[in-house]
Write a protein that binds this ligand. Structure first.
Ligand code: THG
Length: 261
């Protein structure tokens, strides 16, 4: 699976402080550790406190690029932040994220194409965030069709059907598993399917356990990427072990070690 490392986010107090002080060290330490732990991308989110999100995002990209070649995931809802950030990105990247309505896709898909970036699209349209299976899959199909129109390959497209906290609506995770299954049939090859895994357990007392249980089920249903806590070694091992059970990694007595190479 593709693990997008969640920890460089201004929502965490240590990162927030580093941003305010413009102290690169805590951010670079997280970039190194998360890359080492197997991150495919480093999610970079300036949080809500930053008064100048454009300059903070550019700074996060620059300081992380100094210590790792793991590509950034530019996590911002603001088009001008994403656009400015891409100016300082040296290699590939992930744009996280774009809403699923046509006007948004018409801005973000050409930008992703031009900048050689991959793109996360949320199943949100003008009516908001759907809570049911059919509407989510319908928006996903519209996104895949738009991407095809522009020539953005499905392998560079990530659909995020939006995972809610378990304590908000306990029916959602089961619905999500069905959404994953159906999105896999939209195109061949299918787009990637991603969620913010830690969303699920927000406000609960069993966060790591809830995240692990769902990760395993979600991978079996076709989800193949997540914004997640890659520093949770058991969580990463759960992903590897699940893929081994799904016959996507060869079994050997040292399969955990082999998968990390
Ligand atoms: N989809 C996509 N991108 C996303 C999300 C998503 N990016 C942001 C978020 N959701 C995923 N990242 C996180 C990061 C942290 C937490 C949850 C999701 C988290 N933070 C602690 C909390 O809120 O309790 C903060 C703890 C602290 O302050 O120390 O859980 O859905 N595409």
């Amino acid at each position: 699976m593709i693990a997008v490392a969640e920890r460089i986010n201004g929502m965490f107090s240590d990162v927030k402080k580093a941003i305010v002080d413009r102290d690169p060290r805590p951010v670079q330490e997280l970039a190194r550790r998360q890359s080492e732990a197997g991150a495919g991308f480093l999610d970079l989110n300036v949080g809500t406190a930053a008064s100048d999100p454009v300059s903070v995002m550019k700074w996060l990209i620059q300081v992380t690029q100094e210590v790792t070649s793991t590509p950034p995931s530019i996590d911002s809802q603001k088009f001008e932040v994403v656009k400015a950030a891409l100016e300082v990105v040296k290699g590939p990247s992930l744009i996280n994220s774009c809403k699923g309505q046509a006007e948004e896709l018409d801005k973000y898909i050409p930008l992703a194409m031009e900048k050689n970036a991959s793109l996360v699209c949320l199943t949100i349209d003008k009516q908001g965030i759907p809570q049911d299976i059919d509407k989510r899959v319908e928006i996903a199909a519209n996104i895949v069709a738009k991407a095809a129109e522009y020539g953005l390959e499905p392998t560079r497209l990530f659909i995020d059907p939006i995972l809610f906290p378990i304590n908000v609506d306990q029916k959602q995770p089961t619905l999500m598993l069905e959404v994953f299954r159906q999105i896999r049939y939209i195109s061949d090859p299918p787009p990637h399917i991603i969620v913010g895994l830690s969303n699920l357990s927000q406000g609960t007392k069993q966060r790591p356990l809830i995240n692990k249980a769902f990760l395993s089920m979600a991978l079996a249903a076709g989800m193949d990427a997540a914004v997640m806590d890659v520093l949770d070694e058991d969580l990463m091992n759960t992903a590897i072990c699940t893929e081994m059970i799904l016959n996507k990694q060869i079994y050997s007595d040292s399969f955990l070690k082999a998968a990390r190479k």
